[in-house]
Design a protein around this ligand. Structure first.
Ligand code: ADP
Ligand code: MG
Length: 319
């Protein structure tokens, strides 16, 4: 493919790492996995019009295409190391490539993540990023370990990205609160440090990409348990609370996708340690409910009354 475009990407994402023996430029990259570590690998694809609206800034697409993948590594408790980037572009647009690579590199730099290769093809705008990270043997955080009695936590705040999507292009979307919510949609923060801290405490962990109900539901199915959530405990940002009523903001927090926070379960004797860790980390973690015997996720008000739900998360093949 056009080498000048690949060179533009390589220049902007350059990252010195001793474990990259051979990066962009040959038929394959060659990397060395540290002795005694396991490799966690993940890939996610973003398609224009499906995962981001047409008109999204190239730098935001670059950031987000990496962020959603780092979020998967975070949910496994893995330390990011390398990435591959497959780009399908409608045309060889140097400005788009430069801005995309700049957004990608802004996030990659904070983790010293090296882009070691990829592929570039022509077609409808589609970005696939694959990431590789390290985890000590047997320490990866999985979905199947939640036990009845465990507390359920989430990092950060929920519902912001869904609110941001609704605000895009609307009158008043330059209001500071709207800008915050739109930024949460376009530039999610992968909770990598939180995932690492959770390796010693969590029984199960997942990142919230499809909405809390859907993703906590995956933990329940994998672990053979149910979950009870108290809607009054759901962490919501002040911008979300300012701009939307309770019913709408709960709906966004429960069913809106794209937040990329971590949802995890913790045995009660570990709660104090988790709270101490999160006091250092900056993103915060909020207890929202508990794991119970049975199946499915039930949502209640503080007084115990069930919440009427309108929809249950984003699924590309069923909704
Ligand atoms: P090949 O025909 O061997 O697949 P390519 O022309 O596709 O070669 O790629 C040449 C080099 O550039 C390879 O090292 C590949 O990994 C890298 N590369 C191609 N596209 C990208 C991209 N979008 N991002 C990063 N590296 C890329
Ligand atoms: Mg190729």
């Amino acid at each position: 493919m056009e080498f000048s475009l690949i060179d533009r990407i390589r220049e902007r994402t350059a990252q010195g790492r001793d474990d990259v023996r051979l990066g962009i430029g040959d038929d394959a990259a060659v990397v060395s996995v540290p002795a005694g570590q396991e490799l966690a690998v993940a890939i996610d694809t973003m398609v224009e019009g499906v995962h981001f609206p047409p008109g999204t800034r190239a730098a935001d697409i670059g950031w987000k295409s990496l962020a959603v993948n780092l979020s998967d590594l975070a949910a496994m408790g893995a330390t990011p190391a390398w990435a591959l980037l497959a780009m399908t572009l409608p045309k060889g647009d140097a400005d788009f490539i430069d801005d995309f690579a700049t957004g990608f590199a802004q996030l990659a730099q904070s983790y010293r993540l090296a882009l070691v290769g990829g592929d570039t093809t022509r077609g409808a705008l589609t970005i696939s990023v694959a990431v590789h990270g390290f985890v000590p043997p047997g320490k990866a955080l999985m979905r199947d370990g939640a036990k009845p009695g465990d507390a359920i936590f989430v990092t950060g705040t929920l519902g912001d990205a869904a609110a941001g999507l609704q605000l895009l292009g609307k009158h008043g979307d330059d209001d500071a609160r709207s800008l915050f919510l739109i930024e949460r949609l376009n530039r999610p923060t992968p909770r990598v440090a939180a995932g690492l801290a959770l390796r010693s405490h969590a029984t199960a962990c997942i990142d919230v990409s499809d909405g809390l109900l859907a993703d906590l539901g995956h933990i329940c199915v994998a672990s053979g348990v149910g979950a009870e959530i108290d809607v009054s405990l759901l962490p919501r940002s002040s911008s979300l609370l300012d701009l939307f009523d309770d019913t709408t903001s709960w709906d966004f927090a429960l069913s809106g996708g794209d937040d990329y926070e971590l949802c995890f379960t913790v045995p009660t004797q570990h709660i104090a340690a988790v709270q101490a860790d999160f006091a250092r980390l900056g993103c915060g973690a909020t207890k929202i409910g508990r794991i119970v015997e049975g199946e499915g996720v039930s949502v209640r008000h503080a007084d115990g009354k069930p919440l009427e739900l309108t929809h249950r998360g984003w699924d590309h093949f069923t909704s």
